[in-house]
Structure formats: structure tokens, C-alpha cells
Design a protein around this ligand. Structure first.
Ligand code: ADP
Ligand code: MG
Length: 322
């Protein structure tokens, strides 16, 4: 079973950033108002997520480490209908299979919480412990028991970049939640709960403040909202383009093209606009033939989505007296 766990774990946890994503999504699912991420050595020796969410009972904490014990869906089509990010019930089990994990958790109405120490799926300690309301999960020495995997990790700079990407996506999708990111002794981000426009500024810098145009477009099928950078604020590199569907980050060359089309003739050659766009759509209009762990999705009527995204961006940059 430990071996099966290790193999399955490799699909969920490819690198420190995947563990970060899963843990932070769990915190968001748990109703956290504040989520703290602590990273050492680009997550290779330590990554920790601390939240003030609902916490778990001792039984639930123990159960949370069992594969599929908590699976919420059976079908891919449930994915975008769920109000929680989690659905497979295997992230914690997977991380616990390939790392040394320490979990502390307490529900609001409990006096004492629970401490769990797990190493390669083996529970080493389980006992009552004094702790804050919420959950803290500390993951040490990821892939300590799979040397091939550990050696396969990229440089700290590359792994840290992946972590920051995941952090930024979740921080943008949930501006109503406070987030911090501490890297070794440095507080890299300290994001108070805010409106999305302010969250963008807090994440990317004050220079963005005056460079954003509001997007807002709605049909009976879908709604597009968010911000695009003004054409003068074009970026030299890709990477500051964020698209969310029902609050999940997705990649879509097709919709990126829709945004680029709206900017046609307004951008310097070889540059890209900044954008943070949110699509809200009835999950029934999302193609069910989608792999749950992938960031690509298909829409039933992708032309309609394309048209609304393009119109929203055109309207936004048009309304800023260019
Ligand atoms: P999933 O999120 O797909 O259900 P996970 O393995 O990520 O699967 O988590 C298993 C379960 O553990 C969750 O369904 C949740 O009940 C519980 N859990 C995990 N993290 C937290 C947390 N930070 N706060 C409260 N409960 C949590
Ligand atoms: Mg989860």
C-alpha cells in the first residue's frame, strides 16, 4: 500500500509548487480568512501552510491522510460545479507518502487540537496538542524517500518561480482572503483582504494602479470581469496574463488570442498586455471531457466565450480614451 501511495503520489505531487497549490486550496476550502505560506530552499527542505479555517477533529485529521477517503466527486463534470477546489481526496495522502509531514489542527469549539507526524505514509505520532484554531501543515524534505525524484527537481530559482506562480494565481482568485508568503527570513508578500483591483496592485506593485482598465461584460450565458493593462503598459514577456473560469486558473491559447485580438494594432510588436480576467459560466457550458488535474478546459460553445471576452476587453480599452 505504501508503494501504491508513492506511485499515485507522483501524479499529484510533481514538485514543491504542486504541494503548495494543494495545501493552499485546502485552506481556502476550509473557509480560511488568512493563509500563510512559508518556504525554505524553494520548498525542497520545507514548505508550510498555516490557515485559520475550520480545522479538523482528530478522526478527520487521521482520515484526511487516507487516499480517496474524502473524495467529493465521481465525475469530471462535477469539477466546475463544486464550490470547493478539492475533489479527489488524495492530495494529502500523496504528499504524506513522499515527505515528512507535521499537521496541527484544531476546530474552533475544541479546547485541544491534534498533532500528527507522518513520514512516508507512516504515522509516527498522533496526540492531542495545544494549537491555534485552524490547520498548519508542514512538509519537510519532499521526495526524501524517492531520490530519483528529488534529484529531478530544478534549481531553487526555477522551483521558487513555480511556487510564486501558484501563490499569485490563488491570491488573485481569492482577493477576499489575506495571504502572506515568507521565503526564508523574508516576507515576500503580505496581502491583506482586498478588492481585486487592490489585490493586483498589492501583488505586482504601485505602478499598476494607474495602468488598469476595468472589464465588465455579461450575456445570459456568461459573465466576464476583471482588469486589463492599458496598451501603453504592454509587457515584454508572457507570464502576467491570468485567466480564471469559476475561480479556477486556466490556460487557454484560444482565449488569449481573443484578448490579443481586442488589442490589435495597439500594442508594440512582440509585446503582451497584462490581464486578470474572470469568466463565470454555468458549469453545464463547460465540456465534461476534461482532465481534472489539468489547467486546460473546453467550453461547449467556445465561440460565444471568445466573443464575450473580446468584447469585454475592447470595451475596457476603448473606454480609456486611447
Ligand atoms: P480533497 O481536498 O480533494 O478533499 P485532500 O487530500 O486535499 O483532498 O484533503 C483531504 C481532506 O482533508 C479534505 O477534504 C478536508 O476535509 C481535509 N483537509 C485538508 N486540509 C485541510 C485544512 N487546511 N483545513 C481543514 N480541513 C482540511
Ligand atoms: Mg484538496
Amino acid at each position: 500500500d505504501a508503494i501504491a501511495n508513492q506511485i499515485a503520489a507522483g501524479e499529484v505531487v510533481q514538485r514543491p509548487a504542486s504541494a503548495v497549490k494543494e495545501l493552499m486550496e485546502n485552506s481556502i476550502d476550509a473557509g480560511a480568512r488568512n493563509v500563510r505560506l512559508i518556504i525554505k530552499d524553494a520548498g525542497k527542505t520545507l514548505l508550510q501552510v498555516i490557515d485559520d479555517g475550520n480545522g479538523m477533529t482528530e478522526t478527520d485529521a487521521r482520515m484526511s491522510l487516507e487516499r480517496h477517503a474524502t473524495s467529493k466527486i465521481r465525475r469530471a463534470e462535477d469539477l466546475f460545479t463544486l464550490h470547493t477546489m478539492g475533489f479527489r481526496g488524495e492530495a494529502l495522502a500523496s504528499i504524506a507518502a513522499v515527505a515528512q509531514m507535521e499537521m496541527k489542527t484544531r476546530m474552533g469549539d475544541q479546547e485541544l487540537g491534534t498533532l500528527l507526524v507522518v513520514e512516508g505514509s507512516e504515522v509516527k505520532r498522533q496526540e492531542p496538542a495545544a494549537c491555534e484554531k485552524g490547520t498548519s501543515i508542514c512538509v519537510k524534505n519532499l521526495f526524501f524517500n524517492i531520490p530519483a525524484r528529488r534529484n529531478f527537481l530544478k534549481s531553487n530559482a526555477v522551483e521558487m518561480r513555480h511556487i510564486i506562480d501558484e501563490f499569485q494565481r490563488l491570491a488573485l482568485a481569492h482577493p477576499e482572503i489575506g495571504f502572506t508568503l515568507q521565503q526564508s527570513d523574508e516576507l515576500v508578500y503580505d496581502l491583506a483582504a482586498a478588492k481585486i483591483g487592490q489585490r493586483i496592485v498589492n501583488l505586482f506593485g504601485k505602478t499598476y494602479q494607474s495602468q488598469l482598465a476595468t472589464c465588465q461584460e455579461e450575456t445570459d450565458q456568461l459573465k466576464v470581469s476583471g482588469y486589463v493593462g492599458k496598451p501603453d503598459f504592454a509587457r515584454k514577456t508572457r507570464g502576467e496574463q491570468f485567466l480564471f473560469v469559476n475561480r479556477r486558473f486556466i490556460r487557454s491559447n484560444y482565449l488569449h488570442h481573443a484578448v490579443m485580438g481586442a488589442f490589435e494594432g495597439l500594442l508594440p510588436e512582440g509585446s503582451f498586455p497584462f490581464y486578470v480576467l474572470f469568466i463565470e459560466i454555468d458549469p453545464r457550458h463547460i465540456d465534461v471531457n476534461v482532465h481534472p488535474t489539468k489547467t486546460e478546459i473546453k467550453f461547449v460553445d467556445e465561440r460565444a466565450v471568445y466573443a464575450v471576452v473580446r468584447a469585454a476587453v475592447r470595451q475596457a480599452i476603448g473606454s480609456h480614451n486611447l
